[in-house]
Design a protein around this ligand. Structure first.
Ligand code: SIN
Length: 282
């Protein structure tokens, strides 16, 4: 069956039809998926229901895995690299990362080489009286850059943003081991996408704690202004999950946020993998 693509009515997001991710992927089939991934920033396939092992196999096509910060504490036993994202509790403990990604962010931006992409496979999706909850929103950082006035593009050219895992307020206190593992890093505030060459804004509230060479007050003002600009409605694709969805996003082209509008007894269960970038942001 030939691959068909249906674009979302947003600058990112496309559904790919005609692929069975459970079956082995040919090199040509994967090349087409990768091309669509680079072009659309967020791509998804319905009705796949990948097991953790199958999800790892699919992720492996993109190259080396990037171990997520939560892999040790919330990994699937026997499948290192597959993180459970869920609100489900079993025997009095959380089976996965709860309330993951509830603020706008780009995965592991506080590391020297953030992952190129992330994959989520939905197994359980909360539904209340026929209404699906727990959507995920994706903001197009290239469209947001393109939409800036020229004077702002000139102002931010060459700036580097500071990302400090320990420097922001977190729901769970930062451990000494995390502090040692994630020292502050800087990345270009305007990144060039390694495959498309498009310029993308790489700045967000919380994780981004400053701008190199700029005083704290001015930096916070600029970070807030750009962060708000990126998530304007015209740049956002909102994904309504169905059980069996496999969705991939590009951590340069998009920022994302998971909507936490559900709670137990409504259950949400996702498996997540991340794959590495070849190089640090440029
Ligand atoms: C995440 O930020 O990785 C979680 C996204 C989601 O659960 O929808």
């Amino acid at each position: 069956m030939p691959i068909e693509v249906v674009r979302a009515s947003a600058p990112v997001g496309a559904e790919i039809h005609g692929v069975n991710l459970v079956a082995p992927l040919s090199p040509e089939g994967f090349a087409e998926i990768e091309r669509l991934f680079n072009e659309h920033g967020v791509v998804y396939f319905r009705r796949q229901f990948l097991s953790p092992g199958q999800l790892l196999d699919f992720t492996g096509h993109f190259g080396e895995q990037a171990l997520n910060t939560f892999a040790e504490t919330h990994g699937v036993p026997g499948h290192p690299g597959v993180v459970v994202v869920s609100n489900i509790e079993q025997g009095g403990r959380d089976i996965g990362v709860k309330r993951a990604g509830e603020r706008w962010h780009s995965d592991m931006c506080y590391t020297a080489k953030p992952p190129r992409g992330t994959i989520l496979c939905a197994h359980e999706v909360p539904v209340q009286d026929g209404l699906t909850l727990g959507d995920t929103c994706f903001a197009a950082t290239h469209a947001a850059y393109d939409g800036l006035p020229d004077v702002m593009k000139q102002r931010i050219e060459g700036l580097r943003a500071v990302f400090d895992f320990a420097g922001r307020v977190r729901a769970v206190p930062v451990t000494p081991a995390q502090r040692a593992a994630f020292p502050p890093v800087t990345h270009p505030l305007v990144r060039t996408h390694p495959f498309t060459g498009r310029k993308c804004l790489y700045v967000m509230r919380d994780d981004c704690t400053g701008i190199e060479g700029m005083d704290a007050g001015a930096a916070q003002l600029l970070i807030a202004a750009l962060a708000d600009h990126i998530i304007r409605p015209e740049y956002v694709y909102r994904h309504r999950w169905e059980p069996g969805d496999v969705l991939l996003w590009d951590n340069c082209t998009v920022q994302h946020m998971a909507i936490q509008d559900y709670d137990l007894p409504l259950r949400r269960l996702m498996y997540r993998t991340t794959f590495a970038a070849d190089q640090p942001p440029m």
